[in-house]
Design a protein around this ligand. Structure first.
Ligand SMILES: [Mn+2]
Length: 287
């Protein structure tokens, strides 16, 4: 496998080849169906660049995360149409999935999650569920004329027949709310998550043993994460997200994750660093 000129991890971390890695980072710089603010195509490079500045030592986990063995794959080349992009992402994720590498997808808009998921389903079947952290329910059947819009990703997960749990949600349409009710499903809304942590166990209990985590960066509050296309007030803070993820990783086997919808703002470095540290911290919880 060819290398990416920029890699995930602190500058001083030792290089890890694809052959010997456990974790394969897959940048997917795509923004074909963005409906509001753009810039998600610049997300992966900004996260990789910020990761160079990470401290190799994780102060919470008391170890160096890069010891896990992290390799960064070349970016998936963006295609013109959403369906071509799904195919290209599927193809790019298929090899690491077959080679039993742990895939970390870096978006790019949220639709790219589907390409990674379909590759995982092709290799291992539907033996896993999906945990979504997001401001938006993303349950529309189609949006702007395509079923592969960023606004439809969890509906596609539903189509795939995978169990899923949705956390941090604070924006959805009437159509989506009706769909949730018809299905008898439960969404963990941000306004119901305040002032307690009972939602954590509920969200975890609703999932099978193996899970894939998809983190839309807009799950965070815009005050700490303004760098995203469709920000929503009332979002989660750093410690809510990380303590929840730590709990998830204790209780479930995480088989892959992605961080999507990160759209860097020039001259604003804190959100880039948040996204990079989130990836690193989550890898530390998993391994
Ligand atoms: Mn979202």
């Amino acid at each position: 496998m060819p290398d990416n000129p920029i890699r995930f991890g602190p500058e001083e971390a030792k290089y890890c080849s694809y052959e010997s890695c456990r974790v394969a980072v897959l940048p997917i710089p795509y923004e074909g169906t963005v409906s509001y603010g753009g810039g998600a195509s610049k997300g992966p490079d900004a996260i990789l660049n910020a990761s160079l500045q990470l401290e190799a030592y994780d102060e919470e986990l008391k170890r160096e995360t890069s010891e896990i063995g992290i390799h960064t794959l070349p970016a998936v080349r963006p295609s013109k149409t959403p369906s071509d992009m799904m195919r290209a992402t599927h193809e790019a994720a298929l090899k690491p999935a077959k080679d039993n590498k742990f895939i970390v997808g870096l978006g790019g808009e949220h639709s790219v999650t589907k390409g990674v998921l379909t590759a995982l389903v092709e290799v291992r079947g539907k033996d896993f569920g999906v945990l979504q952290l997001d401001a938006h329910a993303d349950l529309r059947d189609s949006y702007d004329g395509t079923p592969d819009s960023h606004a439809c990703i969890m509906r596609r997960v539903d189509d795939l027949g995978l169990q899923y749990s949705q956390v941090g949600i604070r924006s959805l349409s009437k159509e989506e709310a009706d769909f949730v009710e018809e299905k008898g499903r439960k969404i963990h809304f941000a306004h119901e998550m305040r002032g307690g942590s009972a939602w954590m166990d509920e969200a975890i209990d609703g999932l099978p043993e193996n899970i894939y985590i998809t983190i839309d960066i807009d799950c965070f509050d815009p005050s700490i994460m303004p760098s995203t296309g469709t920000p929503e007030p009332g979002g989660l803070d750093w410690y809510t997200v990380t303590s929840f993820l730590r709990k998830v990783c204790k209780n479930k086997k995480v088989i892959g994750f992605d961080v999507v919808e990160f759209a860097p703002i020039e001259g604003m470095n804190a959100p880039d660093f948040l996204a990079a540290k989130l990836v690193s911290r989550l890898l530390g919880y998993i391994y």
